[in-house]
Design a protein. Structure first.
Length: 181
């Protein structure tokens, strides 16, 4: 499996407000299109209980939901395309196999603990940033943010920035591909 992370963060490295929700100030149409297009091309979406993509194609996507509410692996009773996965009870590859995916691309879409779990394994991490937005008291994209920047954490995990695209020039929103050498 090829692992790719996807997130948009504020200038202070936050992906959610103090209550754990993505604030409207981090929602940009151009980033939404980038994210949606990327997820349409992956084989499985991996996320925690509060992360979701809320898009028209969301119900069609296979997914692995990280949770401590099951011992290892279980079908999600509310979504036939979802597998519930407890990392303490089964390896990631088993979760993907349970979801019917043994090769291809897994998109990791959060939250902070889920992003951190794969830091040593990402092939590419797509870091979208809205530098003019601040989310005081919010949740950082990784544990250790804001004491360390998301870029410092990605670099320390062996990823390097390879290219940056401006998604929304007026808001200065851009996405950088961080890749493993």
């Amino acid at each position: 499996m090829r692992l790719e992370g996807y997130v948009i963060v504020s200038g202070d490295g936050m992906l959610a407000d103090a209550g754990g929700s993505m604030p409207d100030s981090l929602k940009f149409e151009a980033d939404y299109r980038f994210f949606s297009t990327a997820l349409d091309a992956v084989d499985v979406v991996v996320h925690g209980r509060k992360s979701f993509e809320d898009q028209p194609n969301s119900p069609r996507r296979r997914r692995v939901i990280v949770t401590g509410k099951v011992a290892s692996l279980a079908d999600d009773p509310g979504n036939a395309k979802a597998t519930l996965w407890n990392p303490a009870g089964a390896p990631f590859e088993a979760a993907c196999a349970h979801a019917g995916v043994t090769e291809g691309i897994a998109a990791i879409i959060g939250g902070p603990g889920v992003f951190a779990m794969f830091l040593g394994r990402y092939d590419t991490f797509w870091l979208s940033q809205a530098p003019r937005v601040r989310v005081p008291g919010g949740h950082g994209v990784f544990p250790g943010v804001p004491e360390r920047s998301p870029e410092d954490i990605l670099r320390a995990s062996g990823l390097h920035p390879t290219d940056t695209r401006v998604l929304d020039p007026a808001a200065d929103v851009r996405v950088t591909a961080w890749r493993r050498s």
